[in-house]
Write a protein that binds this ligand. Structure first.
Ligand code: BG6
Ligand code: MG
Length: 216
């Protein structure tokens, strides 16, 4: 019997993955690196600075910027991203998310957020669901990003349960790998690209039966 649910944010709770893409694509255009949708898949679940490093490497520009310049580029991307987030409302929750959280809360099954995003608390406020989570992992406390399992282990700790007692939800391959690396049950939320190693996949949370998941 599972005792908690652990969610990635971008691409699982809301479709902010598209705003990350727009902001990185535009930053890439400014520095002469083409960021297309296919390459963008490699940025999902990856921290802000690690994403910038991947973009620079992708364009053969990994040695072109100082650390201070990279900090400025990452801050510029984030400013644009946060501008795009201003219009978020509860209507931007992905299908089935509100119903799933309400059902979990009613059953007193605690939920946590395991997202690499430093904007997670702000986004959850805008979506009107922040109070429905018993815990949000602070990504600033992490030593390693996804696919390392650290963030999922911490999320389980926040819920006072073991990783194997939780169900994790992810839209990124790095996230599925992290969930499986700590023995958690993995639900892959598909958005085009296949996800390898998930225990179960769906296109949206409306397809899931919460009672069946708790039995996994
Ligand atoms: C992850 C996204 O959830 O958060 C990544 O999938 C993003 O694309 C990362 O880079 C960090 O987000 P932020 O909001 O701190 O820049
Ligand atoms: Mg995601």
């Amino acid at each position: 019997m599972k005792k908690g649910f652990i969610f990635d944010l971008d691409g699982v709770i809301t479709d902010t993955a598209k705003y990350h893409f727009i902001a990185w694509r535009d930053l890439g255009a400014e520095i002469g690196v083409a960021v297309d949708l296919k390459f963008n898949e490699q940025l999902k679940g990856i921290s802000r600075m690690d994403s910038l490093d991947r973009i620079l490497a992708h364009g053969g520009k990994e040695n072109d910027f100082t650390m201070d310049q990279k900090e400025a580029l990452a801050a510029k991307k984030n400013t644009h991203y946060v501008e795009l987030l201003q219009s978020l409302t509860p209507q931007d929750l992905l299908p089935g998310v509100k119903e799933f959280l309400d059902a979990a809360n009613a059953k007193q099954i605690p939920c946590a957020i395991a997202s690499a995003s430093k904007n997670a608390p702000f986004i959850l406020e805008k979506l009107g669901v922040k109070d429905q989570f018993a815990g949000i992992v602070d990504p600033a406390t992490l030593h390693k990003g996804k696919p390392d399992p650290e963030i999922f282990v911490k999320a389980a700790e926040l819920l006072n349960i073991k990783p194997e007692e939780a169900v994790g939800f992810e839209d990124a391959q790095a996230g599925i790998d992290g969930i499986k690396a700590c023995g958690m049950y993995a639900v892959g939320v598909l958005s085009g690209e296949p996800l390898h190693g998930a225990d179960l996949t769906c296109h949206e949370l409306t397809e899931l039966n919460i009672d069946e998941l708790l039995q996994k």
